[in-house]
Design a protein around this ligand. Sequence first.
Ligand SMILES: [Zn+2]
Length: 325
Amino acid sequence: MGEEGQRRLLGSSAVVVGCGAIGASTAQLLVRAGTGRLRVIDRDFVEPSNLQRQALFDEHDAREALPKAAAAERKLRLLNAEIRTEGVVADLTPRNAEELLGGFDLILDGTDNFETRFLLNDYAVEAGRPWIYAAAVGSYGVTLAIRPGETACLACLMETADAGPALEETCDTVGVLGPAVSLVSSLQAAEALKFLSGRIEALHGRLISCDVWSGRIQSIGVARNTDCRACARREFSYLEGQAQPHITRCGRDSVQIHERRRTLDLGALEGSLRAAGMAVKQNGFLLKFSVPPYEMTVFGDGRAILKGSTDPAVARSLYARYIGA
Ligand SMILES: [Zn+2]
């Protein structure tokens, strides 16, 4: 990186969206390395089950159920007081994307769901801003640095004409191994440091996928899709809010998540929730499970009713965690 690179790093800024497993590890690496300004955005609070993989949090944070963004800010400041570190407790939506992400040199994916990742991709492609995709589940992880106009974007990689709605594995149903998280966030942070220190030529631009259980690691070149919805046709359906599940209040303490574009396999969902140790009832039409103090009822068309809260952010978070975006 050299002295000049370190100076540039100190004058740079990055925003980490989602401060769970990957977000916390990457934020820590960037703050220790001397990234001048770092914002961390997260909508959830620390739970005891997070501690096996979420490097910035401890038992005290979980007992107090502190917002992850607030707990992360405090820890990051202890690691390197010279860095301007800021934790923002918020749910990223099309409406607040510009306010939360605008003006940063680089956006880092620390989210746990594809709804938010596609929103990040739309925002970044539209604004011509680089971002780094990273995900981990089970023992497996994947990451790709995206420079709009130069490299493939997330829509090039994942949106194909027949992309039917599939049941997604999530960290809350199948779990995630701490070392898979550390590996993927290290790969993500390395690309981030090259970018922020001005060493663009050193970015490898490849999709890295790795499995710490099997030892299989792949580095794959990804071509741009000349008909990509986002980076070729410039249709930003996630940024325009059309792709976001519509959430309305129903009853005194319930909200309904409207999902029209997917079909859920309720039997498969029942299996994965049971495997995660949850009590589930399913009758072919609907599936019911509880995450105290909430209860969620999911229908075959992807619609769901959350009882116990009227907060859309809670509904979105629980839906993403247990059903998948
Ligand atoms: Zn694209």
